[in-house]
Ligand binder design. Structure first.
Ligand code: 5GP
Ligand code: MN
Length: 341
């Protein structure tokens, strides 16, 4: 539910702010960049000075998004990212609900004296903002952010660029409207975006059919050589080490979506994927049905997310992380199967 007094406060605070900085989560995906840039275009059209600051680089498959080249990556340009945040009167956090999800930017954001707004659809939000717009039922932060713009009566400022960005996040967070997308409201928002004359088929093409040769080879490699089943739990896992990534000229985003493939196997309802990122192991989990991968990740891999899509991280080695998964999953699965969660 979006409450009216939050909306009024949001409108007032946006109207009163000149410099606005929008921040998506670490390792931003289609929904995080889509909601950041959708708001960026909309609020720029409203006459605001807006910047998008990311905690880490955006993935290659989003490089066509209008305005993405104007975003500032804290990892690559820390000084200008900090300058923008210090200048901001308003910070808008999108697609995350705990400061640790902003990586090394988390501390800086926490200490900022700017008014803070959160627009997000993950469950169990932490109190990280003055104005919290949290709607876990929403398909995506993009759907939610677009609805908020309409409720504020700023739909006329959502131009074609903004609409392309918002559509991208709805598309990527719902697997092209194949899950989390049974609410008719989602389609009303999509209809409004189509009225802005976006080319949705082309967006699909740009995001899903613009793989690099190396990404395709890496996908073939991981499915061919690194996919293991755990039939008793209806689970599957895959992992990639640094050497394998290097051999396939890894670029950020190249492994996006890999974790979904094992769910295409009959009888597999839980999938996990592990890879080395910086000095940690990044973990991704997906499920079908009511198995809560967010709880599993929270308990074992310092993570969280949605019931059917979650992530986490591990400071163990890659091999130790995979071993931990192999040990912990059956234990957690038994609790789940016995209704003991
Ligand atoms: P992915 O596997 O695509 O990185 O993430 C899947 C979902 O889990 C996304 O909704 C993402 O926001 C969330 N997520 C990913 N990594 C983490 C993490 O380390 N902590 C938490 N709390 N959520 C995460
Ligand atoms: Mn999202």
């Amino acid at each position: 539910m979006i409450n009216n007094s939050d909306l009024e406060r949001l409108k007032l605070n946006i109207q009163n702010a000149n410099h606005i900085v929008i921040i998506p989560h670490l390792n931003p995906d289609g929904d995080a960049m889509g909601s950041s840039l959708g708001l960026y275009h909309t609020l720029t059209n409203l006459g605001k000075d807006v910047k998008v600051v990311t905690a880490s680089a955006f993935p290659r498959f989003l490089d066509w998004m209008p305005g993405i080249d104007q975003s500032i990556d804290f990892e690559a340009s820390a000084d200008s990212a900090i300058t923008e945040i210090e200048k901001a009167q308003l910070l808008i956090f999108v697609d995350f609900n705990a400061l640790k999800r902003a990586g090394d930017l988390g501390d800086i954001l926490g200490k900022s004296s700017a008014i803070k707004v959160m627009i997000d659809h993950h469950p169990y939000p932490e109190e990280i903002a003055d104005i919290m717009i949290s709607v876990p039922q929403s398909s995506s932060t993009c759907e939610l952010a677009c609805r908020v713009m309409t409720l504020l009566e700023w739909n006329q400022f959502v131009d074609k660029n903004a609409a392309e960005c918002f559509y991208t996040g709805i598309m990527t967070d719902t697997g092209s409207l194949s899950y989390n997308s049974s609410n008719p409201e989602t389609y009303r928002i999509v209809a409004g975006l189509l009225e802005k004359e976006i080319d949705k088929d082309n967006i699909h093409q740009l995001v899903f059919h613009s793989n690099s040769f190396y990404r395709m080879k890496l996908l073939g490699h991981v499915l061919g050589k690194k996919l293991i089943l755990m039939p008793e739990q209806g689970a599957a896992y895959m992992w990639l080490d640094e050497q394998e990534l290097k051999e396939h000229c890894f670029q950020p985003g190249d492994t996006e979506g890999f974790v979904n493939y094992p769910l295409g196997i009959e009888g597999i309802n839980i999938s996990a994927f592990f890879m080395v990122k910086d000095d940690k192991v990044k973990c991704s989990f997906r499920s079908r049905g009511d198995f809560p991968v967010n709880q599993f990740s929270e308990q074992n891999f310092n993570g969280g997310g949605h019931r059917n899509a979650a992530g986490g991280e591990s400071k163990l080695s890659l091999d130790e992380t995979v071993e931990k998964f192999k040990t912990e999953l059956p234990l957690f699965f038994n609790k789940y199967a016995n209704n003991e969660l």
